[in-house]
Ligand binder design. Structure first.
Ligand SMILES: [Zn+2]
Length: 224
């Protein structure tokens, strides 16, 4: 059987490293990038450029109206500011405003549908351990349980939802990506959609810290 896979691809550090890692492992991959009503489309531009750079097909799924029904998240709701606090345990309650309800289950469900359509048993997902505290749909137990559900939903016991970074910290991913030649300067992490990374939102802070932790030069031009 063909070794192919669908990747949930945001154009960020984690999913870009996952893309490069899966290609190195010999997978023929296809990227799915989601517009889910987020406040900016900057990450979609990055995703398209990166996929183009390695000649991997990418489909942009425009689910923008989701933003209207999944309100209450700082990432989709114009009335809620993007928090500018460190991504540490004492700020978890504030950081939870960046949760988009059930987002990864929605993305994975669509990715599984696509995988079945192209005759693939594999969906890759870039969840990692640094997200575990705030985002319940990035946890290993969710991935495992969702895989069980989707095996039943597709009547395919061989279906895999693969989250190879689920026990890794973001710094480990940066280290891995550096070894794979990931174009980090092309990736986008900022929750705001400015012309440069803001440097203050939790996602920018996590990105900065990961490069420092990995001992890898950070090519990102932060505003502050
Ligand atoms: Zn930012």
């Amino acid at each position: 059987m063909k070794k192919n896979a669908v990747i949930i691809f945001s154009g960020g550090v984690d999913s870009t490293t996952l893309l490069y890692d899966s290609m190195r492992k010999g997978y023929e991959v296809e990227c799915l990038t989601f517009m889910y009503g987020q406040k900016h489309g900057r990450e979609v531009d990055s995703a398209c450029r990166i996929a183009d750079g390695v000649n991997v097909p990418l489909k942009v799924m425009d689910l923008s109206p989701l933003g209207e029904i999944l309100s209450g998240s700082a990432l989709t709701d114009a009335n809620i500011d993007i928090p500018e606090v460190p991504e540490t345990a004492e700020h978890y309650e504030t950081l939870k405003t960046t949760i988009v309800p059930n987002r990864n289950a929605i993305f994975l469900s669509i990715a599984v549908g696509r995988a079945v359509s192209i005759g693939s048993d594999n969906v890759f997902f870039g969840a990692h351990n640094s997200d575990r505290g705030v985002y319940p749909d990035c946890r290993e137990e969710f991935v495992e349980s969702f895989q069980t559900s989707e095996r039943l939903a597709t009547a395919n016991p061989g279906l895999n939802i693969l989250a190879p970074f689920v026990f890794m910290e973001k710094a480990d991913i940066v280290r891995l990506g550096a070894g794979l030649g990931v174009p980090f300067g092309e990736t986008w992490s900022c929750y705001k959609g400015g012309s440069a990374h803001c440097g203050a939102c939790s996602s920018c802070r996590e990105r900065k810290r990961a490069f420092i932790g990995a001992g890898v030069p950070d090519p990102t031009g932060y505003e502050r």
